[in-house]
Design a protein around this ligand. Structure first.
Ligand SMILES: NC(=O)C1=CN([C@@H]2O[C@H](COP(=O)(O)OP(=O)(O)OC[C@H]3O[C@@H](n4cnc5c(N)ncnc54)[C@H](O)[C@@H]3O)[C@@H](O)[C@H]2O)[C@@H](O)CC1
Ligand SMILES: Nc1ncnc2c1ncn2[C@@H]1O[C@H](COP(=O)(O)OP(=O)(O)O)[C@@H](O)[C@H]1O
Ligand SMILES: [K+]
Length: 477
């Protein structure tokens, strides 16, 4: 499990370390880790051309000290001071001692031929988008050939939310200190951070603001069946989705549930013929949910319509004391009658994309974690807000940010697949927030495996679910 932290949490955790270590020691740890990471990324130091973008705070100090270390190993280092009067004094002196050049004119900073650019403009102290001089330097860096490495946080990215107002540094790698910040893995920050490398500063950290599951975490939540298991003990999931005219959502959702946890899937609805033809393993009825037989969790909504019949099916399912995943058309129905969800005591997972989220009546600004958390608290449900970094929030404030996936998942029907995956995990008895977070992780991994063969369609994601499950568990054996 990777803990995700806010800037305030990191600052607070730094205080006791700052108090008990000599002045500058923590920055030395950070800068040494940064220089080591850079050496690993570029493979050597001698003759490597490095440009440092140096702002007015300690983030610039980190860049200067790391630049001094690289210069000491034979790199040709140039520091561009964006606020010359306020550059970190000790770091600047160290760079000069090591033979680094210092300039104040972006045109003279060698960005057109740098091998490596270190962004030390702002870190956790940054506010808002880049100011004009910084934005100009970043544009020159982007136009040049250098590897773009952000120091702690890509400048212009809000460390807490991932929000970008205006311009920000588009890093290929981010070397972050002490703890991974929430804003590096969600919203626009995720796209700007590139690959995130964590440098341990030995901080005593509190409970994280949010979490990210690893493959090993998901494997632990999804044990293989044992000798004592039968098809019922693995969890029976019920699916109500699709229609006679549009059986696709039902076929994808049922298939995804089967391919995730093939104990037993019961389908009820008017796409019965299509589901029977596609998945002979499913137990199918064209009746109501009550006609399907006993299940441990329901998935309702994908392709199910929003008419009176769909409303009555949704009400029937939500009136059970079982975990229910509500998706797609059923979310539209919930937006009209949110008390259908609020009144429940059993777990409910809602899986909106952005438009469905706003239709539910919640504001979606640049803070996706905050928005999902507020919606979950208001509805007393688990909210899975889809996106390139899907956010899963529980009513008690627990948040997971998904770290797997590929933009190729932006294709019709992949949401129906996700519903089937999470439904199957709910039926195993996992707590709703863990089922949703693990399901998003697995769905993303299956998407990545499918995309390895080129552009994917939703059925490819279903087909790759067994391999995704297998690879998770394989890694911890
Ligand atoms: N506290 C510590 O001892 C440590 C801090 N570290 C570094 O210190 C950083 C935090 O340093 P600071 O608190 O000095 O803050 P930063 O260096 O992150 O940024 C603050 C400075 O940037 C300017 N600034 C803010 N927004 C800007 C914008 N949009 N465009 C241009 N300039 C802007 C401000 O005027 C201020 O001078 C961390 O991110 C990390 O890199 C590390 O060295 C580890 C140890
Ligand atoms: N740019 C992207 N990068 C990664 N994953 C994405 C991206 N866009 C969408 N997805 C994922 O694809 C799925 C799309 O779901 P949804 O919008 O409900 O599609 P549909 O309704 O067609 O099934 C979600 O799991 C979402 O997280
Ligand atoms: K930075």
């Amino acid at each position: 499990m990777t803990g995700l932290y806010t800037a305030d949490q990191v600052r607070t955790a730094e205080e006791p370390v700052l108090a008990r270590t000599p002045g500058g020691a923590l920055m030395q740890r950070a800068a040494t880790g940064l220089a080591t990471a850079c050496l690993r990324l570029v493979g050597r130091a001698v003759g490597v051309r490095v440009t440092l973008l140096v702002g007015a705070g300690d983030n610039g100090g980190d860049a200067l000290w790391a630049g001094a270390a690289l210069a000491g190993r034979g790199a040709a280092v140039t520091a561009l001071l964006l606020d010359p009067g306020r550059a970190h004094a000790a770091g600047l002196a160290a760079l000069r001692r090591a033979g680094g050049r210092v300039v104040t004119d972006a045109a003279a900073a060698g960005l057109g031929r740098a091998d490596l650019v270190l962004d030390g403009i702002t870190g956790i102290g940054g506010r808002g988008g880049l100011r004009p001089a910084a934005a100009d330097a970043v544009a020159r860096a982007v136009a040049g050939p250098g590897l773009l490495v952000a120091v702690d946080v890509p400048s212009g990215v809000d460390a807490d939310t991932g929000a970008v107002e205006g311009e920000a540094f588009p890093a290929q790698h981010t070397v972050t200190f002490g703890a991974v910040k929430v804003g590096l893995v969600v919203g626009e920050g995720r796209g700007h951070a590139g690959v995130v490398h964590l440098v341990d500063l030995g901080l005593d950290l509190p409970a994280p603001a949010a979490r990210q599951l690893t493959d090993a975490d998901v494997a632990a939540l999804l044990p293989d069946p044992g000798a004592g298991d039968d098809k019922y003990s693995q969890g029976v999931v019920g699916v109500h989705a699709g229609s006679a005219t549009y059986p696709g959502a039902a076929v994808l959702c049922t298939g995804a549930a089967l391919r995730t946890r093939p104990g037993l899937v019961r389908y009820a609805g008017t796409a019965a013929d299509g589901v029977r033809a596609a998945w002979p393993e499913a137990i199918v009825t064209d009746g109501r949910p009550a006609d399907a037989g006993r299940v441990q969790a329901w998935v309702v909504g994908p392709g199910g319509g929003t008419d009176d019949e769909a409303r009555s099916v949704l009400a029937e399912v939500l009136a059970t004391d079982l975990p229910v995943l509500v998706d797609a058309d059923a979310l539209t129905l919930v937006s009209r009658e949110p008390q259908l969800v609020r009144d429940r005591t059993a777990p409910t997972v809602l899986t909106p994309h952005d438009r469905e989220f706003t239709r539910l009546g919640f504001d979606l600004g640049a803070d996706r974690v905050g928005a999902a958390r507020a919606a979950a608290a208001a509805l007393g449900a688990t909210v899975l807000l889809k996106g390139d970094a899907t956010v899963v929030a529980d009513a008690d404030g627990t948040v997971f940010v998904n770290g797997t996936g590929t933009p190729w998942l932006a294709t019709a029907g992949t949401g129906d697949v996700l519903s089937g995956v999470v439904g199957a995990l709910l039926a195993t008895g996992l707590p709703a927030v863990e089922a949703a977070a693990a399901g998003a992780h697995l769905h993303g991994r299956a998407g990545q495996l499918a995309a390895a063969a080129g552009p994917l369609i939703a059925s490819d994601v279903v087909a790759h679910l067994p391999a995704a499950v297998h690879r998770l568990t394989d890694r911890v054996r």
